[in-house]
Design a protein. Structure first.
Length: 212
């Protein structure tokens, strides 16, 4: 008898679980070699932020120790998005949850532990694991022997939606993070939600429609 593929709900961290745009922008604005406004900064996230920072090296933006030292201090004072802890705990009772992020795994773990939800996630893979979210999604599916149709990525950026598509999985986009609804639509996510309290319903619906 064929083993049923597990269902993976993969979360982005920044902008989905904690709104960190102002933190990241403020640090990078002071780091930049030329003036960078919010629109230009948000455009960096229309692709993989690690690759975008490398390509636009003239801006002198870095995701290094100096960035993450300040980021982590400020992150730990930053609130969690609304009812996300409740939604995450509920989803963890039915699905395998993971985080893939361009932030550091250790920073994310500290934050999740502070809010009592670290144990909800089977994997927390930051930029220290791999810079490519395509690779991290593929490696998660391999590790858990999960079929692409049994996975979904919850994110707030166009770049993430496109990386999920390259890995062959659908995305649920959230409008409370970095990118606008119009920007998110360019990636053709399965749905865009604007209230974290509806996340459980839309994840459940995703897997119901995938199975029937």
């Amino acid at each position: 008898m064929k083993r049923e593929s597990p269902k993976l709900v993969i979360f982005d961290f920044d902008g989905v679980i904690s709104n960190t745009f102002e933190i990241c922008y403020d640090i990078h604005k002071r780091m930049a070699s030329k003036e960078i406004d919010t629109e230009l900064y948000k455009q960096l996230y229309e692709g993989n932020i690690n690759h975008q920072v490398e390509k636009k090296d003239y801006l002198n933006l870095r995701l290094d120790d100096s960035f993450f030292t300040e980021y982590t201090i400020r992150l730990l004072k930053n609130p969690v998005v609304g009812n996300m802890p409740i939604s995450i705990k509920d989803l963890a009772s039915n699905y395998t949850l993971a985080i893939i992020s361009s932030s550091r795994s250790s920073s994310i773990r500290q934050y999740l532990a502070k809010h009592g939800i670290e144990d909800c996630f089977s994997e927390i893979w930051g930029r220290d694991v791999d810079h490519s979210k395509v690779e991290k999604i593929n490696n998660l599916m391999t590790k858990y022997k999960a079929d692409p149709q049994h996975c979904v990525f919850v994110t707030d950026t166009l770049g993430d939606i496109e990386e999920a598509s390259k890995a062959g999985i659908d995305s649920i986009a959230v409008s409370w993070g970095l990118h606008s609804v119009d920007t998110l639509k360019r990636g053709n996510p399965k749905i865009i939600i604007d209230d974290e309290k509806t996340l459980i319903d839309f994840v459940n619906l995703h897997f119901i429609t995938r199975y029937h």
